[in-house]
Ligand binder design. Structure first.
Ligand code: SD4
Length: 314
């Protein structure tokens, strides 16, 4: 008996709409998107998905690229330190089953994203912080390294002469990497990695390790990730909010816009940047930011493209 006539005789077709049947059978092509201009990162992530099939492997591999790049001053090695000269890292990762792992205030480890993944896969916890996160990383075979490059140290020493902390629009080069991917089975995963705000207070933790803040995924809906001034992402739980908007039927673009408007309406001070990126299970994506200048990178079908985001301020 053919599938369709089986469905008709058993009455199943009457229960499920044709659109639903269609949706269940079509798996979109693997795709990976990342905040900012991160072509090498999305390409590395895409290649990993092609190799293992898994979105989770893709977002981890994508984050590795800026984490190891000494010229990338907002992520991992070479990241600008806090006001006391410490490079402290935040990262998180989430898979399609709703598992999540994160590290905050972690020092001396080149790839915090992989420590976050180890927290997710090898501990009963979601988040490890500071000394405890470092001890855990070392126990897992990660190597202790000095992440403060000579170049970043000089910038910090120069900053110390005035020691004035003023978050300004894009001036601090918000280049935190947030990633979302669909694997070969169409499953979603997300990740984020950063050294946080340059010259922040020692001990400051941003949105990047907060599940629901900088990253959220739900395999029934899609995922979202964030960059920019983390305090505002945290206070509005941006990525979770975007996924919930998509669950209500909004497109990724509409969902990002609503989440930005939530910040804009609630907080009058808008001289800072927040950028959101979202993708649904069909592989449709959207982005929106408060200020001009936010962009994102996408790799799909082996092709990589950097796209300028629309913004609230023109
Ligand atoms: C933070 N959201 O620590 C991060 C900063 C960021 O590109 O996105 N920088 O608040």
């Amino acid at each position: 008996m053919k599938r369709r006539s089986f469905l008709q005789t058993t009455g199943i077709l009457g229960l499920a709409s044709p659109a639903l049947l269609e949706q269940n059978t079509s798996v979109p092509e693997p795709i990976i998107i990342a905040t900012w201009k991160n072509e090498k990162g999305t390409l590395a992530g895409y290649q990993k998905i092609m190799e293992t099939g898994k979105a989770l492997d893709g977002v981890e591999a994508g984050a590795w690229v800026p984490e190891a790049d000494p010229n990338e001053t907002t992520v991992g090695y070479g990241g600008y330190p806090d006001r006391d000269g410490h490079v402290t890292l935040d990262a998180c990762i989430m898979d399609h089953l709703g598992n999540a792992g994160s590290v905050t205030f972690l020092e001396h480890i080149m790839h915090p994203i992989s420590v976050a993944r180890a927290v997710m896969e090898k501990t009963p916890h979601v988040m490890l912080s500071g000394e405890g996160a470092l001890e855990f990383a070392l126990s897992q075979g990660f190597k202790k390294q000095n992440l403060l490059t000579e170049k970043s140290k000089q910038v910090w020493l120069e900053w110390k002469k005035k020691a004035k902390y003023e978050p300004k629009v894009n001036i601090e080069r918000h280049d935190t990497i947030g990633l979302l991917a669909l694997g070969k089975a169409g499953e979603i995963a997300g990740a984020c990695s950063t050294s946080g705000m340059a010259f922040k207070m020692h001990g400051r933790v941003g949105d990047s390790p907060i599940i629901g803040g900088a990253v959220f995924c739900d395999d029934e809906v899609g995922g979202a990730c964030a960059t920019g001034l983390g305090e505002f992402v945290m206070k509005t739980l941006g990525s979770f909010l975007i996924v919930e908007f998509m669950r209500q039927g909004k497109s990724p673009q509409q969902a990002c816009e609503e989440a930005i408007m939530r910040i804009v309406k609630r907080y009058k001070y808008q001289e800072f940047q927040v950028g959101y990126l979202a993708m649904n299970k069909k592989g449709e994506y959207g982005a929106y930011s408060i200020q001009k200048g936010f962009n994102f990178t996408i790799t799909k079908n082996g092709k990589t493209e950097v796209i300028e985001s629309a913004s609230y301020m023109s």
